[in-house]
Design a protein around this ligand. Structure first.
Ligand code: NDP
Length: 285
């Protein structure tokens, strides 16, 4: 007989929940580690988010992920924020600590953990394409991890400049905005290049960042946030020029690993999570 019939509960609140593969990845890890924990993937419309959070509190959930469009609006329903979530003004992971629900942001932390397998950003110079939610999370974590210079290249000037202003005001990094009109030349001395735009995301699989490919140099580390497909044109182009590449699966897997650690204290095995995602999206090699 099982010791208890009451499972620990975690989950996710988003719209478009049916396309979010996190549940498959996290439950594979729970099974692998023999944890009696569920991850309930919930479709929650914006006007009912408060009810969903109150429901999670009432049912004693140990935490939940928040995806689009709730990452900012969830904050008003929580009791406090972790350091990077506070700077970003966005939460994708709520964690029950005592009787409080605290908002963390594991998007950027997951990216950082994945990047660190290839390069430590401390003291490094970064070019990052994009200025949306993913870019904001990644930019803040790179800055908190000691990246010295971050050039934000974005199509929309206002969004790009807002992110630059945030990084300059709230972190030690020096950030600057670069307009993206015509092929962008990666400046000499750049160590890390990040695609944090949605270019290349299925079904736009032929999409390609408008960059001067000859400025991608061996020795640069080139990272992409795109999960589907994991091998984007940017990563193909970068590999062909001798760069080290980091795919978007690592970011997704590691944010799962960090979330599970927050909720349960368990260090989840990323291999079983990558195997699950590879089954869903295909391999990146
Ligand atoms: P947002 O909508 O907040 O931002 C999208 C960004 O992409 C903006 O900077 C936008 O520029 C830019 N962009 C979109 N299309 C184009 C284009 N055709 N040309 C130039 N720039 C373009 O999205 P998110 O930041 O939330 O997500 C971005 C990507 O990151 C998504 O593909 C998402 O799947 C991925 N992601 C991956 C995660 C992972 O774990 N691997 C986690 C989170 C996100 P502009 O401001 O000019 O509109």
């Amino acid at each position: 007989m099982p010791k208890s019939f009451l499972s620990t509960l975690t989950g996710s609140f988003s719209t478009g929940a049916a396309e979010n593969p996190t549940v498959a990845m996290v439950e594979a890890a729970y099974r692998h580690h023999g944890l009696d924990i569920r991850y309930i993937n919930c479709e929650v419309p914006p006007d009912l988010l408060g009810d969903a959070v109150r429901g999670a509190r009432a049912m004693g959930w140990v935490g939940f992920n928040c995806s689009l469009p709730h990452k900012v609006t969830v904050i008003e329903h929580l009791d406090g924020l972790g350091e990077s979530a506070e700077i970003m003004g966005a939460v994708n992971c709520a964690v029950r600590r005592g009787d409080q629900l605290i908002g963390e942001n594991t998007d950027g932390k997951g990216f950082l953990k994945s990047l660190m397998e290839k390069v430590d950003p401390r003291g490094k110079s970064v070019v990052m394409f994009g200025a949306g939610g993913a870019a904001r999370a990644i930019g803040v974590e790179l800055a908190l991890a000691g990246a010295t210079r971050i050039v934000v290249v974005n199509r929309g000037v206002e969004r790009g400049q807002t992110l630059v202003d945030l990084l300059n005001a709230k972190t030690e990094a020096t950030a600057e905005f670069a307009a993206w009109s015509g092929p962008y030349a990666i400046p000499d001395g750049t160590d890390i290049v990040v695609n944090a735009t949605s270019i290349g995301l299925y079904p736009d699989v032929d999409g390609r960042l408008d960059i001067d490919l000859d400025t991608l140099k061996p020795g640069m580390v080139v990272a992409d946030v795109i999960v589907n497909p994991p091998k984007t044109n940017l990563l193909r182009d970068a590999e062909a020029r001798g760069c080290t590449v980091v795919d978007g699966l690592g970011m997704l897997i590691n944010q799962g690993v960090i979330g599970i650690k927050y909720w349960t204290g368990v260090d989840a095995d990323p291999t079983v999570m990558r195997d699950t995602l590879t089954e869903i999206f295909g391999a990146s090699d």
